[in-house]
Design a protein around this ligand. Structure first.
Ligand code: PLP
Length: 390
């Protein structure tokens, strides 16, 4: 039987650069004791108070077909939160509740790119970005960024790929680099979108993990609210990765079309999950700070260790749960370094090559293991780098 070309080609062909990740996973399954710094997921579970709210909602009967756009209270709460964070007046009509950020990314591209249109994304990138654009029918084209410029997109690189583009996808705070886009970068991106008449899809799922500086939502820039779709999620902010709940914030007309799409795809998010999300958001910033705290602490630990040597350089890690380390001075590629670190020291990291070409010769270190193992693993990694470079 035929499988559509769109799905056959969704992964773009060739290696996906994740061989080392699968190797580490096989070793763990075989019982090998590995310190895993390769997983983009908290080492804590969803707070029990949230689970209790979820349980109560389900037992109380919120188990039927859900409100497809989201329950009004949750849409309103998200709207208030976004208004407070960004200063842009946002109402429930600007919000669609989605089954996580990933569903939001797919829906946003389905809305903005027609078959054969170009959807831009920045390299290095979160693994699903190009395939999400292709899955929505678009042609995925990367905007190259440079380690030397802290992976902040520049106008010349944007201009080089503007032809036939209909959307630009950005992510700040960024996975994999941990970088937060500066005001200058945000202004450059917004000017580019206005000049080229593009939609801006702003993935802000790490907006509660800010260690230094400020997270600026481009939707708050003059003239951008009408062309920006913000992707939000409870996965990272509340350690609710398995609950699959997030949102898209955008112009009312776009949200109306996205509700039509949701009616014909996801059919909404389960009511008891929405109730739990509502409870979690109403719990306020203290709960978010509690979820973010371990990463803030481990980042400090990491920067102290990195400061003690000169070979491995850290890209300024201002947010998110990752460190991006430049290991080019060792003479090894990210893949070679990662493979040897796994084989010789039983430490799993992600090679920068897993996230595109711009971060080759780098490693993404997820700060998602307990403090003691994290410190030990990072210190071993730095010693290993110095040893192989010698
Ligand atoms: N965007 C980025 C940058 C991510 O790192 C992730 C998950 O790791 C997602 C989106 C998807 O998150 P979720 O679908 O769990 O909300």
């Amino acid at each position: 039987m035929q499988i559509s070309n769109r799905l056959k080609n969704i992964n773009g062909g060739g290696s996906d650069g994740w061989d080392l990740f699968y190797k580490a996973r096989r070793m763990v399954a075989d019982g090998v004791d590995i310190i895993q710094l390769n997983i983009g997921e908290h080492d804590i579970k969803t707070d029990t108070t949230i689970l209790e709210a979820m349980h109560k909602a389900a037992v109380d009967g919120h188990t039927g077909y859900p409100a497809v756009p989201g329950i009004p209270e949750l849409r309103e709460t998200v709207a208030r939160r976004v208004t407070k964070q960004s200063g842009v007046k946002t109402t429930a009509d600007n919000v669609l509740i989605t089954p996580g950020g990933q569903a939001g990314l797919y829906a946003a591209h389905t809305l903005t790119v027609a078959e054969g249109d170009v959807g831009l994304f920045c390299d290095p990138y979160y693994a699903t970005y190009p395939s999400t654009i292709r899955g929505a029918g678009g042609v995925a084209v990367a905007v190259r960024t440079k380690s030397e410029e802290d992976f902040q997109p520049q106008r010349a690189a944007l201009d080089r790929v503007a032809k036939r583009a209909k959307s630009l996808l950005i992510n700040s705070p960024n996975n994999p680099s941990g970088v937060i886009y500066s005001q200058k970068t945000i202004d450059t991106i917004c000017d580019f979108c206005k000049d080229e008449d593009l939609w801006l899809i702003s993935d802000e799922v790490y907006d509660t993990q800010v260690w230094e500086g400020e997270h600026i939502s481009p939707r708050s820039v003059e003239g951008m609210a009408e062309r920006t779709l913000v992707i939000g999620s409870m996965s990272k902010s509340h350690a609710m990765t398995g609950s699959r709940v997030g949102w898209i914030v955008g112009p009312e007309e776009a949200i109306e079309s996205l509700i039509d799409l949701a009616t014909n795809t996801t059919y909404g998010v389960p009511g008891y999950i929405q109730d739990a999300a509502l409870f979690a958001l109403r719990a306020g910033p203290a709960l978010e700070a509690k979820v973010a705290e371990p990463f803030r602490r481990r980042r400090e630990m990491a920067l102290n260790l990195i400061d003690k040597q000169n070979l491995v350089k850290a890209i300024p890690c201002s947010g998110a749960m990752y460190l991006m380390l430049d290991i080019r001075a060792t003479g090894l590629s990210g893949e070679e370094f990662g493979d040897r670190l796994l084989e010789e020291h039983r430490i799993a990291v992600m090679p920068g090559e897993s996230f595109g070409q711009a971060a080759s010769g780098h490693l993404r270190v997820a700060m998602t293991t307990d403090d003691e193992s994290f410190e030990k693993a990072l210190s071993t990694l730095l010693d290993f780098a110095n040893e192989v470079a010698a």
